[in-house]
Design a protein around this ligand. Structure first.
Ligand SMILES: Cc1cc2nc3c(=O)[nH]c(=O)nc-3n(C[C@H](O)[C@H](O)[C@H](O)COP(=O)(O)O)c2cc1C
Length: 185
């Protein structure tokens, strides 16, 4: 039996639903490059591999990504969590975040936006649907190329729970795997 429940402010349900992991979105347009921290993303389709991302129009990244129609979604791990939070608390309008945070930009295969070498994985993305940008600031990207580290097998990713609290990915289990239909895996 669960504990007694109480009314909870609906504007805070995100504290339970935000899936994470927190990612770093890198972008490039003309001579500018930038990075922002992002928690509000959602997988939308397997193939093509679609991901919806909420990028506030107040962010410098918004224009770089809308104009270039590209970005890279980079997956950081807990060892660079301090940098991840700092990147999300400043703007590329004022600083060069690659230089400021000592991160290494690496060329991608299909997009001009740089990969962040220090991250566990890098997903090169093309903007494929702009219909939700105006209403929701949601960009729908297709991942067109993915680069993933071979070890460790399971990265220690960081997940935002709002109000300055994070959860770090922990125990893994395959206990429920046999309950899945193969097409649901
Ligand atoms: C943990 C964390 C999660 C964030 N998630 C988002 C997000 O999902 N969408 C968004 O627009 N901004 C998000 N932000 C805020 C941006 O990262 C922040 O505004 C950033 O500094 C914008 O940089 P820019 O102006 O250089 O583009 C997040 C910040 C932090 C620290």
């Amino acid at each position: 039996m669960l504990n007694t429940k109480k009314d909870f402010p609906v504007e805070n349900v995100r504290r339970f639903l935000e899936p994470g992991p927190i990612v770093l979105v890198s972008s490039a347009y003309k001579n500018e490059t930038n990075i922002m921290t992002m928690g509000w993303h959602m997988v939308m389709e397997f193939s093509p591999s679609l991901v919806g991302c909420l990028i506030s129009s107040a962010n410098y990244s918004f224009d770089l990504i809308r104009n270039s129609r590209q970005c890279v979604i980079n997956l950081p791990t807990v060892d660079i969590a301090t940098t991840v939070v700092k990147i999300g608390n400043c703007s590329g309008r004022d600083i060069d975040k690659f230089a400021e945070f000592g991160l290494s930009p690496k060329p991608g295969k299909q997009v001009r936006a740089p990969l962040i070498d220090e991250c566990y994985a890098n997903f090169e993305c093309r903007l494929v649907d702009t219909n939700w940008i105006k209403k929701y600031n949601v960009f729908v990207f297709e991942v067109v190329e993915a680069h993933v580290a071979t070890s460790p097998k399971t990265p220690k990713t960081i997940h935002y729970r709002g109000d300055g609290e994070f959860m770090i990915s922990g125990a893994e289990t395959r206990k429920y795997r046999k309950l899945f239909k193969p097409q649901m895996l």
